[in-house]
Design a protein around this ligand. Sequence first.
Ligand SMILES: *Cc1c(COP(=O)(O)O)cnc(C)c1O
Length: 353
Amino acid sequence: MSRYFTSTLAALEPYTPGEQLKIDNLVKLNANENPYPPAPGVAAAVAGTVDGLRLYSDLTEADLCAAIAAHCGVAPENILCGNGSDENLLLALRAFCDQTHPLASADITYSFYPVLCDLMHIPQHIIPLEEDFTMDLSRYCGLGETIVIANPNAPTSLLAPRDAIEEVVRTNPDNVVIVDEAYIAFAGPDASCVPLTRKYDNVMVVRTFSKSHNLAGARLGYCVASAGLIADMNRVKFSYSPYNVNSMTQAAGKAAIEDEAYFAATTKKILSARADAARRLRERGFWVAESATNFLFTTTDRMPCGEIFRRLRERGVLIRYFNAPRIDNYLRITVGTPEQMDRLFAGLDEILG
Ligand SMILES: *Cc1c(COP(=O)(O)O)cnc(C)c1O
């Protein structure tokens, strides 16, 4: 930190993303990226934007919002796009939290939320998960605070029922409830809270192209909410980064979300690899949470999990280990291709004997 860095942020501890090791034959199962390439139409769509790159991007993201709205069964006025979900979360917390509107969230959840709170000096109300890592959503009912719920949650991989989230939304009518659905594509039908956005004006669903639409590097996320909340988000967006989604990413996102068949096919492959990997882990004496995501949250008493993480890393297999309270003997493993999972298990068998 230089002596010029603002003292009001001196205590800021930035988010630690999954490592990006540059080694040959790396099996990268540490950032919940999709193991399959973007939909086949994405390359041509991006190439088609090149001539227009001298112009600013469409700051209303009209074509992309229309495609997303069609995918979600809502109107374009209910959609706002951002530079990844991370930006949309920042916009939302900027819009709906302040000194007198703290953010309530779980103790074990996406670790970007507390970082954003620290950055923007937003007080936090941490509500611990239950012993078995489920979320007792009755603890969020009638809170009178802004709330963020990752559903399915990360890194636990567990899904909370939509009815319970609806109760949270219904009993906090004067506050915004943000539901982070980064992994909803892997959670099965009727899990999403998007239908609640038609019924309640205080719920915002945040989604990303990074996990389910094979575009983590394009940086694209979107929010679904009542037109009023979207207008609020736009007020913040137009106050700091009006052109927040570049033209190439807008075209990539539209091509990706319009290809429902490719999305269904890659999702199906991941669900099948997930079931297979969970079974193989359990056969080897691991406890595995019932995953509704594209990753597995697991532990074992055969060897300390930090040790397993390090030894897999030495073998070019990268998974995620969090040295954090309550979860420091757990691993988070992204579901990759069947070949990648075979390399994971070959490594595990070497290590565990
Ligand atoms: C990956 C992830 C995000 C971030 O998504 P980006 O669109 O890549 O910024 C947000 N929330 C959760 C819970 C995630 O796991």
